[in-house]
Write a protein that binds this ligand. Structure first.
Ligand code: CUA
Length: 438
């Protein structure tokens, strides 16, 4: 009996060790959701605070664990042990007061930097180089807005994200574009339940709460001054500026993963978002592109297209026109979605679909068609769009596209009141149309 239990104990020991090794083997710190390889001041501040806490609690662990292990080994019962029971003491005032004092000291060591970090992350810095007017080359900027940093309103929905850029008059969804190295002020709120904004490598987490606006600031990469400080460089000059631009290009311009970090319903795990940090010029081009929106598939004006749509729809031929007709009509997409440019696609219950064809993922980051090299895998994009429109309730259970108030595509009915879901051909045409929005 004894040998069996010894053998079993040994098995448990080896097995546990194996599990620990297996887990540690899975630790790659340089991943897209890593909080250890930071890309900006907020994440860096949070990592520093985390590491300080790890050190303090680690020291406590070693001291307490060390005393414990020492006592267990030193005073364990041995075979034929005839030593007397060690003296049993408790209530030593010196030890108790000492431990209380030590706890207070350790808490203070953690509390001071914690408070400092909270203030740091709460107060959007006024960095002259981050003021919108200092770097944004687009037009239509009110004078007072030029003095502010870029503002993005982040709005949480079950289960996707809206990103509004009020100073620039654009709204996008699920993929947020930000300028690298610049302070960006975020205002976060929710339409339905509590969500949480978490962009691990850059910043996080701040909750989105219904009926309340939270704020935070983020910055992908360091600004010029901070970068110089870290490099031990001083002064100004075009060469330094070039090196700084190179740093942004090589280390910061990237595609970052974000995730809702507060349980918010059945598809919480599928409420992802993506952030791309770009240079100033690419940002201005992106804004202009969003503002311009889209024309009709064959170059007609929208007035002409709608006249034909109402009077002679059979003349609007080709996959894209057929797709657009479905978008405006039977599939009811325009009831909930906006496409800039299209005067009648102005729905706001669902994501803004302007340039959805240029996004690297759909369904709030859940269906990804980004190729290894950063380009869009067009075939995969088509497959993803098809899958999403064909069976949204499978891709993202509980989502409104399937069962919306007033009818989603799972509730399409014909004139006899019978279910009349989109046919495979219709889904295909809608997918092709959406793919063309870029
Ligand atoms: Cu939104 Cu979890």
């Amino acid at each position: 009996m004894k040998t069996i239990s010894n053998g079993f104990c040994r098995f448990i020991q080896y097995f546990s060790a194996l599990i620990v090794v297996a887990f540690l083997g899975g630790c790659n710190l340089d991943t897209r959701m890593s909080t250890f390889v930071t890309k900006g001041p907020i994440a860096e501040e949070q990592l520093n605070l985390f590491m300080l806490t790890v050190w303090v609690t680690g020291i406590i662990f070693v001291i307490v664990g060390g005393v414990f292990v020492y006592a267990v080994i030193k005073f364990r019962e041995r075979p034929n042990d005839d030593r007397p029971m060690p003296s049993q003491g408790h209530g030593n005032p010196l030890v108790e007061i000492g431990l209380i004092g030590a706890s207070i000291l350790l808490l203070a060591i953690i509390a001071v930097p914690t408070l400092r970090a909270i203030w740091f992350t709460q107060e959007t810095p006024d960095d002259p180089e981050s003021r919108l007017g200092a770097w944004y080359q687009g037009d239509d900027l009110a004078e007072e807005e030029a003095e502010n940093p870029l503002i993005i309103k982040v709005i949480g929905y079950q289960w996707w994200w809206a990103f509004e850029y009020p100073q620039l008059g654009i709204t996008t969804a699920n993929e947020m574009i930000i300028p690298a190295g610049k302070v960006v002020h975020l205002e976060l709120r929710s339409i339905d339940v509590i969500h949480s904004f978490w962009l691990p490598r850059i910043a996080g987490k701040v909750d989105l709460i219904p009926g309340r606006t939270n704020s935070m600031w983020i910055q992908a990469g360091d600004n010029f001054a901070k970068w110089k400080e870290k490099q031990g460089l001083e002064g100004e000059g075009p060469e330094l500026r070039q090196d700084y631009a190179k740093y942004l290009e090589e280390e910061i311009h990237d595609y970052y993963y974000g995730q809702c970090a507060e349980y918010c319903g059945e598809s919480h795990a599928r409420m992802l978002f993506r952030t791309t940090a770009v240079d100033d010029q690419a940002f201005a081009e992106w804004v202009a592109d969003e503002k311009a929106g889209h024309g009709t598939p064959d170059g007609k004006s929208w007035d002409e297209w709608y006249a034909a749509y109402e009077e002679t729809p059979e003349e609007l031929t080709g996959d894209l026109n057929e797709g657009l007709k479905l978008f405006m009509g039977r599939a009811k997409c325009a009831t909930c979605h906006t496409v800039n440019g299209n005067p009648r696609a102005v729905g706001v219950a669902g994501p803004n679909l302007t340039n959805i064809g240029s996004r690297q993922s759909i369904a709030a980051g859940w269906l990804n068609h980004r190729a290894e090299d950063g380009s869009i895998d067009v075939e995969k994009q088509y497959d993803n769009l098809y899958k999403w429109i064909h069976e949204p309730e499978v891709v993202k259970p509980g989502n409104l596209m399937w069962k919306a108030n007033g009818g989603g595509i799972g509730e399409l009915i014909d004139e006899h009141g019978e279910p009349a879901l989109l046919t495979d051909e219709e889904v295909s045409k809608l997918s092709l149309y959406l793919q063309s929005l870029k």
